[in-house]
Structures are given as C-alpha cells and as structure tokens.
Design a protein around this ligand. Structure first.
Ligand SMILES: NC(=O)c1ccc[n+]([C@@H]2O[C@H](COP(=O)([O-])OP(=O)(O)OC[C@H]3O[C@@H](n4cnc5c(N)ncnc54)[C@H](O)[C@@H]3O)[C@@H](O)[C@H]2O)c1
Length: 346
C-alpha cells in the first residue's frame, strides 16, 4: 500500500537530498514537500517527480510557511509520516535576525507537532531534525545525547527550544516522534554561506579562503547521504525503539576549520596557504565532536562515506552546477556587530 510522506523544508540542502534519496530507495512513498522557498530553498533542488508529478502520482510541492497552522493541519491530516527539516539554518544570520529564527524554528516546530496531536491519528512517525548546536561547547571529548544543553547562538537556542518542545509534546500526548541531532553536514546543494561550499566556491572563483579567527574551531562533519540513511532508519525502526528518543548523527572525528580549508584546497590543486582572517563570530563554539554509539547500537547506523571521497562529490557538484550557486553569492555574508562596535562581514 502506498504511503504519504510530508517533508518540510524539502527544497533546502538536506531536505532535497533526502527527497532524492527516498525517490531512489523507497518508491512506495508519495512525497509532499512543504517549503516557503526562503533564501536557502530552491525549486532547482527538487526532482521533477515532486515539482511536476504526472497525474498518477500523489507527490507534490506545496508552497507555504511552516507557521501557517491551517495549511500545516491540512497537510498533516493527509500524511502517514513526516520528516521536519524546515528551519532558518544559519548561525550568522540568526545573530543578525533572531526573530525570524525563533519564529520558524520554535513556532514552526510547535505548529507541526500540534498538528500531529490534533490530527486523526494517521501520522505513524515524525522525525524531527534538531542539531548538535543545542549542546554548545563540548565538555567531554565526545558528546553523547546526555551532554548538557548550553546553546551559544540564537540559532542554537531556537533549535534547542524546538528540540525540547517536540519532546514535551511527545511526553504529554504520547506522540510517535523521534529526534535526530546531526552534527555538521556537507554535500551537494548546500547554500554557499556554509563552511564547506564556501571554501569550495571560493577556490572555484579564485578567491582566498575566509577563516573565522585563526580557524581553530573544531567540528564533526557527516556527508549528507549518510545523514539521509540515518533519517530513513529513524523513519522505519520499530516505534518502541525510538519513540521520544534522541540520536546523534556524527562521524566521531573532529576537524579544525583551517584543516578543512587545507583539505579542500589540496583536493582542488589550490594554494592551501591563501586565506583571509575574519574576526571570530560572537558566541563561537570552540569544539564539537559527536558520539554516535547510541544510533549505532539501536539502529545499526554508522558513517560510511570517507572524508576525501565525500569532499570530492561535493567539489564535483559545485564545479558542474555554477548556475545553482552563483546567484547566492550576493547574500552569503552577514554584517555582524563586533564587541568593539565595528561591523564585520561574516
Ligand atoms: N546543514 C547542517 O550542517 C545541519 C546540521 C545539523 C542540523 N541541521 C538542521 O537540518 C535541517 C535542514 O538544514 P539545511 O542545512 O538543509 O537548511 P537549509 O537552510 O538549506 O534548508 C532549510 C529549508 O527550510 C525552508 N524554510 C525556511 N523557513 C521556512 C518556513 N517558515 N516555512 C517553510 N519552509 C521554510 C527553506 O526555504 C529551506 O528550503 C534544519 O532543521 C537544520 O537546523 C543542519
């Protein structure tokens, strides 16, 4: 029997990769994408099967805001499963405009989970996509799901509010909800404001690589295809294994931002020493490294895509699709007020 899967934020980076993944691997689903096409969302990211479905298909694109309760209630009532990606996803942008971030990330998530509560019981599973940013600074070498939640930016605070709001609904109303906390993710179709595509497109356009501070911040990166596999597992595991649970999605390997810039330059035959130093971002997290033991133990997930080959697929995609990202260049930096009163572009 066919099932309907609602994917919020499906025109963005991870959401669109997930839509492509599901069409390849789970043909039994009709996919409805809800997206308001904010600056990081694009119809170019979506396959024709969703943008221009033939008459026999139940897949569709629905333009709209995750905070629009009438719309979200109606789409939820038609859905068997939901994956919730829709978000304002950029830390720098949240420092400049925290209102929009709070609205979309917290109110949007509450609107969706409230629609699941009010629905006809049809929704069998909702996977909420949270973020490792909810943890803030690492207080242990590897951060497991019991790590304290100390978000350090408006983005992280809003994701933390959404993460716990979704859990509160699950606990209060016994909803079939599971939360994933991906660490940093990279791959094709990511907006060039983000670290990996920013470095790749700077090399492609002959510019020096921009580093915050000395590039000493440490991050844990997972390829988007590995993340899509984790979402698929969370969507299909027996409910009693995952209801109300939180799972990290991480590689367990910590890399410095400077090292990432050098790796990308090396793979693209560029000069790894050609960098410009930007002021550190206010509220910068110095170090994050994820522990993925719980998702490995429970769902059998572990990362499979090696760093160099994952980077190569991303580099190839940006090299082959300049029309998709060149237009993003004008709004890929944010003016952020520094502690000394100056504005710096981040
Ligand atoms: N990219 C990462 O490294 C990363 C890491 C951890 C968690 N996450 C989380 O994963 C999810 C997806 O991230 P991404 O990198 O694909 O982000 P993205 O910015 O590329 O995509 C977000 C999508 O949400 C849509 N959207 C924004 N506001 C909306 C609204 N009000 N109503 C409907 N749609 C709206 C946008 O148009 C866009 O298509 C987010 O929840 C993000 O917090 C991302």
């Amino acid at each position: 029997m066919r099932k309907t899967l609602l994917v919020t934020g499906g025109a963005g980076f991870i959401g669109s990769n997930f839509v492509h993944f599901m069409l390849r691997n789970r043909p039994e689903y009709d996919i409805i994408v809800l997206d308001c096409l904010a600056y990081a969302g694009s119809l170019d990211n979506l396959p024709d099967a969703v943008k221009q479905p033939d008459q026999s298909s139940g897949s569709a694109f629905r333009y709209g805001d995750i905070c629009n309760a009438d719309l979200v209630n109606a789409l939820t009532a038609e859905s068997d499963k939901i994956v919730h990606f829709a978000a304002e996803s950029h830390v720098s942008r949240s420092i400049v405009d925290s209102w929009r971030c709070v609205q979309t990330n917290i109110i949007g998530s509450q609107t969706l989970v409230d629609a699941v509560r009010k629905g006809n019981g049809r929704v069998e599973r909702m996977v909420h996509i949270s973020s490792s940013e909810v943890y803030g600074e690492a207080v242990t070498p590897q951060m497991d799901e019991a790590h304290p939640l100390n978000p350090k930016s408006p983005y992280a605070g809003a994701k933390c509010g959404a993460d716990r709001m979704v859990y509160a609904y699950c606990a209060t109303y016994d909803l079939p909800v599971v939360t994933l906390r991906p660490f940093n993710t990279y791959g094709p179709r990511q907006h060039i404001e983000k670290l990996v595509p920013r470095f790749i497109t700077h090399v492609l356009t002959g510019q020096a690589l921009p580093l915050h501070g000395r590039g000493e911040a440490m991050r844990d990166f997972t390829h988007v295809d590995d993340l899509c596999r984790a979402v698929d597992l969370a969507l299909h595991a027996p409910l009693e294994q995952v209801r109300g649970e939180v799972f990290n999605v991480a590689s367990g390997t910590c890399r410095s931002v400077r090292g990432i810039a050098q790796d990308i330059a090396r793979l693209m035959d560029a000069d790894p020493g050609r960098v410009i130093q930007l002021p550190d971002r206010p509220g910068q997290v110095a170090r994050q490294c994820g522990d993925f033991a719980k998702i490995h133990r429970t769902l059998g997930w572990s990362p499979t895509i090696p760093w160099d080959s994952g980077l190569r697929t991303a580099i190839d995609w940006y090299a082959q699709n300049p029309d998709s990202w060149r237009k993003q260049a004008l709004f890929s930096t944010q003016p952020i007020l520094q502690p000394d009163g100056r504005i710096a572009l981040h």
